[in-house]
Design a protein around this ligand. Structure first.
Ligand code: HQG
Length: 182
């Protein structure tokens, strides 16, 4: 695996799922000190050459998705969290339509129970169909795409949160807002 991909996966794991393993204390918005993350990555994964802040900046700049954000001497994962203490995200008004790519084998349950966060803190939605397809392909070679009536859901009081330009987060989403389009 390419070093940058390997590091990005470890950063995601540390900042989304298991900060304790890396000795990190995330604040309520999910930020940790970059120097602490670097030290932990180098210590735990014996990186040679050691990872430094420029490597992290390059990973963020050259990545296919905007997964992390740096603010001063801190870094956070923008979405994807599964840790038990809820990470605060900025609420926002979603675009009228959002999309969710998933596996065909999950459809019956989704149509019965709605979109649930499952292992994560929030449901993850995509701003366009091609991103939803990419997300769905992680679960199914030929993913199913659901269109989300975000305008109506928002109007009805479901909270939406900003991940990045392409990823929106929301709380549990009943199936009345979902239409299968592919
Ligand atoms: C499904 C990646 C049965 C849901 C992506 C999904 C994304 C249900 C799976 C981000 C269900 C959870 C998150 C229900 C939802 N019954 N299945 N009621 N409700 N599901 O991986 O959205 O590359 O936790 O459809 O790009 O696929 O890592 O969520 O298939 O933005 O940066 O349960 O992770 O980002 O799967 O992906 P996941 P996701 P990165």
């Amino acid at each position: 695996m390419q070093r940058s991909v390997y590091l990005s996966k470890k950063m995601s794991y540390a900042l989304r799922h298991n900060p304790q393993k890396y000795g990190l204390q995330l604040d309520e918005y999910g930020y940790a000190k970059i120097s602490d993350l670097l030290a932990a990555l180098n210590r735990i994964h014996h990186l040679d050459p050691p990872v430094n802040v420029t490597d992290i900046q390059n990973i963020i700049q050259n990545s296919d998705k905007e997964r992390f954000k740096i603010k001063g001497d801190q870094i956070c994962a923008l979405y994807g969290h599964s840790i038990s203490s809820i990470i605060q995200h900025q609420q926002g008004t979603p675009p009228n339509a959002l999309y969710h790519g998933t596996a065909h084998r999950f459809l019956a349950s989704i149509m019965q129970n709605g979109l649930l966060p499952m292992g994560r803190q929030y449901v993850h939605l995509s701003s366009d169909i091609s991103m939803a397809e990419q997300v769905g392909k992680r679960h199914d070679q030929y993913p199913a795409i659901l269109k989300v009536d975000a305008a109506q859901a928002f109007h009805d009081g479901i909270k939406f949160y900003i991940g990045n330009d392409q990823v929106w987060l929301c709380d549990e989403l009943p199936s009345q807002y979902l239409t299968r389009i592919q």
